[in-house]
Design a binder for this molecule. Structure first.
Ligand SMILES: Nc1ncnc2c1ncn2[C@@H]1O[C@H](COP(=O)(O)OP(=O)(O)OP(=O)(O)O)[C@@H](O)[C@H]1O
Ligand SMILES: [Mg+2]
Length: 253
């Protein structure tokens, strides 16, 4: 299974949107997709796929806690049947490990190891693709998640200050001897004309830009209380948006 982690330097750049739409596109193309929401910082209504809020990441973390009393984290392994208890099923067929707002988890001194254990167990399942949504903090638990990824996609808009911040972020990671070789960039919510060119940012960051996702002109309308209850890639009217997501997928292969 291929593991793709979605991250951004600032909040609100479109990680969740990209993660869901990428998962939706791949699922509609006939892949078995697992989408994991490992963001326990952001308000959950901002990321709901129109699914119930339980079971979720916290349930799995509680069971990891129980096992950690008598074995090391790397030895904590759940069977496919056990993992099934933590997963929801979206109407598109995407299986989802959901997450609720649970900021207290960021105070847990073992959270990095626990999240790594979560991702390792998700990776052990037989899906074609695992897509992981993250929060935008610079915490070590996100680095633990990057470590489990085949590819890390940095979602950003292309305003000048963002380009500078991505450059600083990549530089810091490299100074810590963290390999950013499998990191790639997606421009999201890009208006025209583009503020910073692809060539400029590739030169500045050393990362490849694999897609430019436009602002959705006709996003699906959520029904009650939840946002993004539907997948925009499933609406053939969103021609430019679907083309952009396809380009991202092509850039991942
Ligand atoms: N391409 C797009 N076209 C239109 N709206 C978009 C697009 N990408 C994201 N948005 C909207 O921008 C807002 C922020 O996006 P999203 O929640 O995906 O960002 P995020 O990086 O996950 O934020 P957070 O850091 O809070 O988790 C949402 O309202 C989302 O619907
Ligand atoms: Mg998000």
């Amino acid at each position: 299974m291929k593991t793709i982690v979605i991250h951004s330097i600032h909040k609100g750049e479109g990680k969740t949107k990209v993660a869901k739409e990428l998962a939706g596109y791949l699922q509609l193309q006939g892949n078995n997709v697992l989408l994991a929401d490992l963001d326990f910082i952001t308000d959950s209504h901002r990321r709901a796929l129109g699914l119930p809020s339980s079971p979720n990441l916290e349930d799995m973390l509680k069971d990891i806690d129980a096992q950690a009393n008598h074995k090391p984290y790397f030895d904590i392994k759940f069977s496919a049947e056990e993992m099934d208890n933590y997963l929801l099923t979206h109407s598109s067929g995407i299986r989802v490990l959901s997450s609720e707002n649970a900021q207290y988890l960021s105070e847990d001194e073992h959270i990095a190891q626990k999240l790594r254990t979560v991702v390792r167990n998700l990776k052990s399942l037989s899906f074609d693709v695992l897509i992981v949504d993250t929060d935008s903090t610079e915490r070590d638990y996100n680095q633990a998640i990057f470590n489990e990824a085949d590819q890390v996609l940095i979602v950003m808009d292309n305003f000048r200050y963002n380009v500078k911040d991505v450059k600083i972020f990549i530089h810091k990671m490299q100074q810590m001897d963290f390999s950013t070789q499998n990191f790639k960039i997606i421009f999201n919510k890009v208006p025209s004309p583009v503020q910073v060119t692809t060539e400029d940012i590739e030169k500045d960051t050393g990362l490849q830009v694999i897609g430019i996702v436009p602002v959705l002109d006709r996003p699906c309308q959520p029904s009650s209380g939840t946002e993004d209850i539907c997948l925009n890639v499933a609406d053939p009217k969103n021609v430019d948006f679907i083309t952009a997501i396809k380009e991202v997928v092509d850039g991942l292969i």
